[in-house]
Design a protein around this ligand. Sequence first.
Ligand SMILES: NC(=O)c1ccc[n+]([C@@H]2O[C@H](COP(=O)([O-])OP(=O)(O)OC[C@H]3O[C@@H](n4cnc5c(N)ncnc54)[C@H](OP(=O)(O)O)[C@@H]3O)[C@@H](O)[C@H]2O)c1
Length: 319
Amino acid sequence: MLLDREHELRERHGISFRITGVATRHLGWIADPNGLDPQACVERAPSRAKSPESDAKLTNIHDWLKAARTDVLFEATALNVESGQPAVDHIRAALEHGAHAITANKGPIVHAYRKLRDLAAARGKRFLFESTVMDGVPIFSLFHQLPVIHLQGFHGILNSTTNVILSEMETGLSFDESLKKAQSLGIAETDATHDIDGWDAAVKTAALVTVLMDIPILLEEINREGIRNLSAEAVRAARNEGRPYKLICRAKREKSGVTATVRPEQLPLTDPMAQITGTSSYIYFETDIFPGLAITEENPGLYATAYGMLADFVRATTI
Ligand SMILES: NC(=O)c1ccc[n+]([C@@H]2O[C@H](COP(=O)([O-])OP(=O)(O)OC[C@H]3O[C@@H](n4cnc5c(N)ncnc54)[C@H](OP(=O)(O)O)[C@@H]3O)[C@@H](O)[C@H]2O)c1
């Protein structure tokens, strides 16, 4: 995505970039302040650093950030529902180093949002995470444009994997065949049980409640049920009788806080959510100014998530 939009970034936003570090579990920590070959990074084959600064074998994020002379960190490790790690540590280290931190990983929002937000503010850096919910559709940025509005609640379809599985089961595939289809699209979580058992949807719900309603909520406080117990026959029968199943996220502000649920619900065909199929997503916000504000994201590809991170990059470096 960076390569694809390099010209516009430079000409329209005055941003030029150099990829100076890459790290994954298997590749280890690779840095070169003179720049790594972006195409080699895409092919997961960046050569180890040649410059003296990073000749030493790097073993941790702190040394790696220094060796790469990092201005912006893109954090996209796999979701860890229990602790948000190692992403929380990566983001904290980047902010402490003096870099902006951009993530597609929902774990840090649920487990460390306020601490990371406050650290970013203290360091005069940005902590941005637009790709965590609806693949980069401007949800968090939208609310930046709606100052002092009161969000009372929301509902929506936020997990693409289960939506693909339910849509495919309706057309006659088994649960396992439908899951394979979702995995082949590259949208399933690294551990697909996170999708099937509603964890991913619950983490997104928690992220929205925490950030947009300003109520930190624990995952245990979300009444969560996934789609594991729905048989293909039940899903097909529900569609045939005009009340299809969807995995629905809901949150509602109450006097004493918030109630939130993630569970399969049968919806009438008149409900816009009944029409959301495949990788599409939907969210409906209830605010004091706009009683109903809905966004539909139709059939995004993987580029949508990358775009969200790219848009955060532009926001972090220019706004
Ligand atoms: N794919 C989507 O549609 C989508 C949409 C929105 C948000 N997200 C979020 O984006 C993140 C990445 O998703 P993905 O689909 O790209 O996942 P993925 O294909 O499984 O890639 C995860 C990457 O994280 C690395 N990694 C995992 N644990 C690590 C650790 N402890 N230390 C260093 N690197 C580690 C892996 O390295 P190795 O390969 O070397 O193991 C791999 O490069 C997730 O948090 C996901 O929730 C994804």
